[in-house]
Unconditional design. Structure first.
Length: 207
């Protein structure tokens, strides 16, 4: 694709680095920005700069936050005795969209995947164990992808937590095997959370 301007070409090339954005879409977005008022484009650019410079991880749950603790951890309306363990930030958003869960979260930052060189030490697992050991948590809900990596991570967490005074549950398998939480529709995911079962029960073969 040829461009009449090097500036447009460079902007479109950067836009195309975003996931799901092809070259034609990138060019369309750049041309749309050029049609806008300068102050609109400046606000757009400044919001991205501010995002990159000021966003951080919550010191408690590892969720994205504007300050030391995220809004969910600070909310007085949440049930702090229940912690939902998810792989990443997108899963928090998926669960929140169901409006069926009012506890807190713990974001692992990924899943155990030996093939990709991701082991337990690369994930936010030790702080989860420390949260449980500190007391005040009665239930850990494992809401991980129904994939080999998700099952491996869930089993590892179960082994790490099983001797601590906490109930370990997992979401019901309304989520298809091999599926990822962020792509599961809200109704199905909501039912899976409401109908969660003990993790040990999920290990028993169906009869």
């Amino acid at each position: 694709m040829s461009y009449s301007s090097k500036l447009i070409e460079e902007a479109a090339a950067q836009m195309a680095t975003l996931p799901g954005i092809g070259r034609k879409t990138a060019l369309r977005l750049v041309l749309d920005l050029l049609k806008r008022k300068p102050e609109e484009v400046l606000r757009f650019a400044n919001s991205l700069i501010s995002l990159r410079e000021n966003i951080r991880h919550c010191e408690v749950c590892n969720n994205l936050s504007d300050s030391g603790r995220c809004a969910i951890c600070l909310s007085p309306g949440r049930d702090a005795s229940i912690v939902c363990v998810v792989a990443d930030i997108r899963d928090v958003m998926a669960v929140e969209n169901t409006a069926q869960y009012q506890g807190l979260y713990h974001v692992l930052g990924g899943l155990i995947s030996p093939m990709e060189g991701v082991g337990p030490s690369e994930l936010f697992i030790a702080p989860l164990v420390q949260r449980v050991q500190a007391g005040g948590i009665s239930e850990i809900v494992l809401a991980l992808n129904a994939t080999m990596e998700g099952e491996t991570t869930a089993f590892y967490l179960f082994r790490k937590l099983q001797d601590l005074p906490v109930k370990i549950t997992t979401i019901a398998r309304g989520v298809a095997v091999g599926g990822e939480l962020e792509y599961t529709d809200e109704a199905t995911l909501g039912r899976s959370i409401q109908q969660r079962m003990t993790y040990e029960a999920s290990l028993k073969p169906n009869r």
